[in-house]
Each structure stands twice: as C-alpha cells, then as structure tokens.
Design a protein around this ligand. Sequence first.
Ligand SMILES: NC(=O)c1ccc[n+]([C@@H]2O[C@H](COP(=O)([O-])OP(=O)(O)OC[C@H]3O[C@@H](n4cnc5c(N)ncnc54)[C@H](O)[C@@H]3O)[C@@H](O)[C@H]2O)c1
Length: 480
Amino acid sequence: MTQTAAILGGGVIGGGWAARFLLMGWDVRVFDPDTEAERKINEVLGNARRSLPGLSDTAMPAEGALSFHADLAEAVGPADWIQESVPERLQVKHKVFAQVQAACREDAIIGSSTSGFKPSELQENAARPAQIVVTHPFNPVYLLPLIELVPSPANDADTVQKAKDILTSIGCFPLHVRKEIDAHIADRFLEAVWREALWLIKDGIATTEEIDEAIRMGFGLRWAQMGLFETYRIAGGEAGMKHFIEQFGPCLSWPWTKLMDVPELTDELVDQIASQSDAQSGMHSIRELERIRDTNLVAMMRALKAQDWGAGAVLNRAQAAKPALEDSALPIVTVQRAVPLDWTDYNGHMNEARYLQAFGDATDRFMEMVGCDADYIASGGSYFTAETHLRHLDEVHAGAVIRVETQVLLGQGKKMHLFHRMYEGGRLLATGEHMLIHVSLETRRASEPSATIAAKLGEIAAAHASLPTPEGAGAAVGKR
Ligand SMILES: NC(=O)c1ccc[n+]([C@@H]2O[C@H](COP(=O)([O-])OP(=O)(O)OC[C@H]3O[C@@H](n4cnc5c(N)ncnc54)[C@H](O)[C@@H]3O)[C@@H](O)[C@H]2O)c1
C-alpha cells in the first residue's frame, strides 16, 4: 500500500524531503503558506529526478502523487510520516506541532529537520511528546543519505526503531544520536570548521577560495570515504591509533587555533579512543586500510575528473599529452594508459565494458587526429558509431599499461571504418572494430565531413591500404 508523507515547510530542506519521498514511491502532501512553495518544490523535484534515479542500478518505484494543501490539518490527516522543515525558530515549531498533533494520526511519526534544537525542547508542551523526534538531514536531502535521528528520553524504543526502518526504506542512513545535544553531531564539526574559517579570513590568512581548495584538494576527499578516526588510524601507521594521539594530541593545546577549549588527553580518554577505533577498524591491517582508501580515492577522483571539477580538474591538467599522430603509414597508437582500479570487476580483471571504453577513447583520439576535435564538433559536425564488434582475447589487470593501435580499413565519404588492437606489451588482449558515420549535429543525419577531415582521413586510409587486412576483421560473433 502506498505510504503518505506530509511535508510542512517546502523551502530548501522541505523541498528535498518531498523529492526523496516522492521518488521512493510515497504520496506527498505539502503545506507551506508561501505562494511560491509549489514552484520551488517543482524545481527541486526537477533536479532530484535528474540525479537520484541513476544512483540506483535497479529501477526506482513508480513516483507517488504530489499534492499541495492550503490547510495544515488536511495535509497531515492521512500521513504515516510528517516532516517539519519550517524556519528555525522554537516558537514557530511549537505552534506547528500543536496544529499537527490536533489533526494527525497517533501512530504517525513527526520528524523535525531542526539543525540546532534538542528533541526535548521541541517536545515541550506537546500533546504527545513521544511522537516527535529530530530527523536532521543534509542538503541535498534527496541525495545525501545521512539523517541524524535524535530521540529524547520521552521517545520509546519502538518509535525510534520504526523511524529507523522508514528512513532506511527511503534510502537514508539514519544515525542514531544516543544523547541529545544542541546541534547534534555533524553540525558541531561544521561549526568548528566554520569558526576557524571565519578567523582565517578575518586575520587575512586565507581567502574563501584558498580555504575551499584546502578542503577539496586534500582532507575533504579522505573524510568523504573514511571520516576522521579511520583516516587517523592509518596516519598512526603500524603503531596504531594510540601512537597517533600521543604524537599529535599535544599540539591540540598549542595556540594554533581559536578553538582553545580542548579536552585533556588523559590516559583514560586515549584508551577509550584507541579501543573504539580497534572495534571500528581493527579487522583490517593498516596496509589493507591503505588499499581500501586508495581504491576509494581513485574512484572518487576519477568521478571528479569526468566532471573536470576540483581534484579531478587537477588530474586533467597534470596528465601527459595523449598520443600524437606521428606516421600515417603505421597502425596509429591512439591510447596508452594504465588500467585504473575502478575498471576491474568481481573477477579481478578489466570489466568487459571497459574494453569498449578504451576502444571508444581510441576512436575519439583518432577523430581528433583527423581534425574532428572539440572545435569542429562545436561547429556542428561529428562522427557517430553505427556498429561495433569486440573480441576479448586475453585478460588484463589493474595497473597494466595498455596500448591501442588503430588501423583504418575505410575512410571515404561519410564512412570511417576502424580496426583497433589492444596490447599489453606484445600480448594481444582484444580487438575492436567500429563503423562510424559522419553526421550533422543539427539534423542528426548522415552528412559529408569537412574537406580538411576528408583529406586527412583519405591520406591515412591510403597509407593503411598497403597494410595486411587484420586477422578477425569483419568477423561475426562466434567466429574468432
Ligand atoms: N538549509 C540547510 O542547509 C538545512 C540543513 C538541515 C536542516 N535545516 C533545517 O531545516 C529547517 C528549514 O530550513 P530551510 O533551510 O529549508 O528554510 P527555508 O527558509 O528555505 O524554508 C522554510 C519554509 O517554511 C515555510 N514556513 C514558514 N512558516 C511555516 C508554517 N507555519 N508552516 C509551514 N511552512 C512554513 C516558509 O514559507 C519556507 O518555505 C530549519 O529547521 C533548519 O534548521 C536546514
């Protein structure tokens, strides 16, 4: 049966909650007195539809129904989950909870998005305090999984478990904050970093951009995949967490920071941290943790590279030039690279789709060599691949340096017929045969290439006409 969420407050955060529930198949009923709320939520929803479904490798459920209500009571009446995301003012939140509890089901959960208030503060004077918990999300709510689930002593274990189950079912990671505290857990860190950043700017040490570079080019990537303690465990090396704290702990009380109130590093605190870290990460050796970290970093940095953003843009700038056209007469080297960690599969070798990626990169490079480069494509012409035949002849592992050599079988008129061979050293790993057609990007139909491209391609095709026909060219499936 379709479940129903009521979203109270449809701003930045409420809009994100509405999108997440809706795309996970829930019906969503919104109440927000702002006449612009419907437009804003639909815009957030557009971004969520664009980004969220592809995160999953299986189809998402059918979207639920979205409705807007002028009356709060009408919005919350049938709801299983009520998410409050009104402005961060206790008085406003109290007023909303009073209206909600007069109209909602007693078995519904009321979650508050509050960034700062403790659940016990939200529950003050409530008709049924046990129904209200903090469920603090992070922007964009439809993508980031973390929800800080903060109960007070007034909430029973069943409510907390039910909240966890529902949040998990909509793709969230509920982090049960066991002891309520102002600003919960995550915003305490953000607050500390934020304060330090404001001082760095005020004292003329760094600009906003320099501060952002200091985060995103380095420790931000480490934090994203291991957090703080697992990262520092590795930094302690084989001597471990205790050693790390003993080594770096004392500098916390040096006057480096404006945040001077530092807990004393008693033996008890050091032991507590070390044993918690053992429980968290002790099943992996430091070398294993390093490998896990490195694989994660490679995957993340290559994802950023594809977006030409942050640390990924640095990778793009730093990489050596791609192979250049040296001699039209030889099979032409179009790709030379190491197999990256994220190209391997559960069998431990390069995934079959990455063979095609490498051959696709070879074709792209060859297109650039004959003049079909970014400027030409921007001017409205390109080649589209019409047909591909791949043979996987031998396996290859991460780290191996592969080389693709490209031979032109036909380069005439609208047609470009390429035969790629992939090698590791002298070992033939795969062949890929591609038929491409030149198209006009305006009409999306076949068209003649520019005279420059036709001449260059014709020259290479003529030089390659004297090469022997490659073994396997024109082969069909099953005929190796
Ligand atoms: N912005 C963030 O990054 C962030 C992150 C996590 C949590 N939060 C928390 O989420 C809550 C909302 O923050 P926001 O950034 O979405 O604010 P916002 O100003 O973008 O949105 C608040 C919305 O609430 C509506 N509203 C005002 N009074 C209302 C009422 N009585 N009933 C229903 N709707 C009402 C407003 O019209 C507005 O659309 C706050 O408690 C905030 O602390 C914010």
